[in-house]
Each structure stands twice: as C-alpha cells, then as structure tokens.
Design a protein around this ligand. Structure first.
Ligand code: FES
Ligand code: FE2
Length: 378
C-alpha cells in the first residue's frame, strides 16, 4: 500500500537536472559528507595494494598500508601532479609519478629525492590530504569529511537493518557504464515501478498489485517490498529450481523482492538468490556513471559443480538484469532532453511516492528556494 493519497507536484524544478549552479550546490551539500563507493576491495586486500580513481571530479587513492586502508586526495604537495594514475595495482610505496616523492600511511613525506636541494623546506609540512575510508560487504567507501559518522550510520537505518542479510552474500560481478543524463534521472527511474508496464512490457511486465507492495519512507531511504513475484515462465522456474539445488549449501531464496533506495545515490536490490548494489555517480550535470555490483549467497563453492551452477545462475540472472536495464537506459536521454526543454513542474502519482520522497530529500539538503524556482504548476 502507498502512503500518499493523491498526486502531487514534484518538489524539484526541471533545472535541477541540468544547471551547473545546482550541480555545484549538490556537491557542496548532498555529497559533502557522503560515503562514496569506489568498488570491490580487490587488490586492496593485500598489503601494498592500491586503487586510484576520481570521485566527484577529485582524484583519490586508497592503499593497504600494513593491513590498514588509508585514503588520500591523489595530489602531490610538491607541484600538484596526480600521484598515481587511475586504476588498481600493487606498489611497495605510495610514490609520486613526477619527481618520486614518497608518502607513508599517515600521508607524511617519507622520502625526498635529492633532499639537499630543498634546504629550508620543512618536510613535515608536506603531507597528503586524508579521507576517511571504510568497507562494507566487500566494497570500499571514502568520505571527504574526516568527522563523518560511520559508514552504516551514514547510509541510514535501513542499511544497518540489512547489513546482517548482506553479510551472507559475496561479491561476484560488476557492470559499469556512463550516460548522458543527470544522475537523478537513473535514481528516480530506479525507485518507481510505474514505468514498468510501458518500458518493460516484454521483460519485467507491469507492477504487481498495490495490495502486495509495502513502502517505507525514512529520512535517508525509500524502501520497497513486494510480496508477489513478477512473471516467471515455467521453463525459468525449472531452471531456478535446478540452480538453487547447487548454488550454495544452505542458501534460501529471498521470499520477497526488496528494493531500497539509500539516498542520495545507492540502491540495494534483493530478489531470489541475488543481491545487487547500484551506485549512481554524478560526473557532470549531464553525465552519470551507473554501476551494478552483483552478489551471490555464501562464499564461492569449492566443488566444480557448485561453481558451474553459480556461473550459470550469475549469467542468467545478471544477463537478464542487463536486458531490463538496457530498456531503462534507452529512455534516460529522452527524459533528460525533455527536462531541458520543460517549462513546467512534473507531477508525481501515488505509486511514485518514493520519487517524491527522494526529490524532497534533495530539495531539503540543497535548501532550494522552491517558490522562486517553482515554474508553472502541472
Ligand atoms: S609533483 Fe610530485 S614529486 Fe613533484
Ligand atoms: Fe526500469
């Protein structure tokens, strides 16, 4: 059942989806204390492993220093070069690619080549800008705010509730693509099922009956649970049953389809034996990275048959997911074009109440002047 009893005008104006000014405002407000997901622990699991990439346009690097993860702005205090190039790998030291300055796990300068040339320079003042770093269900997160609350707290109560469930899964697969649309377009697309009958007519099918749907709207999340299953063919049911038998000892299918939007830009999705973690990263006002991290229950099986079943299931489920996602992706540029040409405020129906809740969150965080930007009412 829905909480809302009538349609409402959307809290955000259309320019929130393309204006440079609003994008900057979001960076300073919505994302200022945000835990940014960088991806799987991967190389970082061993000492000396590192991962370097951009977050909100800022190069950052995370390293495993003697078993402890450390994160820094990936910029050298000497002449501001990016220290290490984007990617992951292994290196004995964090060393700048330009003149070879080296830094320790605290970000302090630990080696200054041709030090005699720097007489009068206080080496201890040359330190890297630190970030907070943490891991959750095998993924690495960083926060630019050193006083930020812990990662589960930052992700909201819902994430705390789901952590024990997530711990039963292990990371298996990822898919990352970039798109010409504002980041809120895929977020909003992911937190409503109203479009399903039109966009996913040949795959997902229409939304299940409202009586089977439960919405929970929290301060930082919008939670969806569905008692019913979407259309599944008899053939796929047999396939599922076979795979369930071999997938993971003791694994049980999720009885419900659970989808949780964790604001501003994460989505947790449980269905059957699969858990998907979605990260929707703003790159520019009209450019967005959409990443899926796929998880399967339990550790990787030790038997060949178990691993085969896991791979078959993974290909079937994640492949099916990508097919559905492709239908959404095909619409995003048109939503973006429409928003940029719009002269009126959108309207949101009852079943789109999670979108309303998300937009209200963004409007509150940015303290956008809704009256000034209200435009025409629908
Ligand atoms: S810019 Fe990094 S060592 Fe010179
Ligand atoms: Fe969709």
């Amino acid at each position: 059942m829905y909480h809302q009893d009538q349609a409402r005008p959307a809290p955000l104006p259309a320019e929130a989806y393309f204006s440079d000014e609003f994008f900057e405002l979001e960076r300073r407000t919505v994302f200022a204390r945000h835990w940014h997901c960088l991806g799987p622990v991967g190389e970082l699991a061993r000492v000396g492993g590192y991962l370097a990439r951009e977050v909100m346009g800022i190069p950052i690097v995370v390293r495993n220093e003697d078993g402890r993860l450390c994160a820094f702005r990936n910029v050298c205090p000497h002449r501001q070069s990016v220290l290490v190039r984007d990617g992951s790998g292994h290196a004995d030291k964090l060393r700048c690619q330009y003149h070879g300055w080296e830094f320790d796990g605290e970000g302090q300068l630990s080696h200054l080549p041709e030090g005699s040339s720097f007489r009068g320079f206080k080496a201890r003042t040359a330190c890297l800008d630190r970030l907070k770093v943490d891991t959750l269900f095998g993924l690495v997160f960083v926060n630019f705010d050193l006083d930020a609350t812990s990662l589960p707290d930052g992700l909201g109560q819902l994430a705390v509730d789901l952590v024990p469930k997530l711990d039963r899964y292990s990371y298996h697969w990822m898919n990352s693509t970039e798109h010409d649309c504002n980041w809120k377009v895929p977020v909003e697309n992911s937190i409503e099922g109203y479009h399903s009958a039109a966009v996913h007519a040949k795959t997902f099918g229409p939304l299940v009956d409202e009586k089977l749907i439960h919405h929970e709207l929290g301060p930082r999340h919008a939670y969806y649970r569905s008692e019913g299953r979407y259309q599944v063919s008899p053939r796929s049911q047999v396939h599922d049953a076979l795979v369930r038998t071999f997938l993971s000892a003791g694994a049980t299918p999720e009885p419900q389809h659970i989808q949780a939007g964790i604001f501003p830009n994460y989505m947790i999705d449980f269905s059957y034996f699969t858990f998907l973690f979605t990260v929707i990263e703003p790159i520019a006002p009209r450019r967005t990275r959409f990443t899926w991290y796929g998880f399967l229950p339990g550790p990787t099986p030790t038997t060949r048959l178990g691993r085969l079943a896991r791979d078959v299931y993974s290909r079937r489920f994640f492949g099916g997911g990508l097919k559905i996602l492709a239908e959404d992706i095909a619409v995003w540029p048109y939503i973006q074009r429409g928003l940029e040409a719009s002269q009126r405020r959108s309207v949101l129906g009852r079943s789109e109440e999670r979108v309303y809740h998300f937009q209200k969150f963004i409007a509150d965080q940015t303290a956008v002047d809704l009256d000034r930007k209200s435009g025409n009412q629908p």
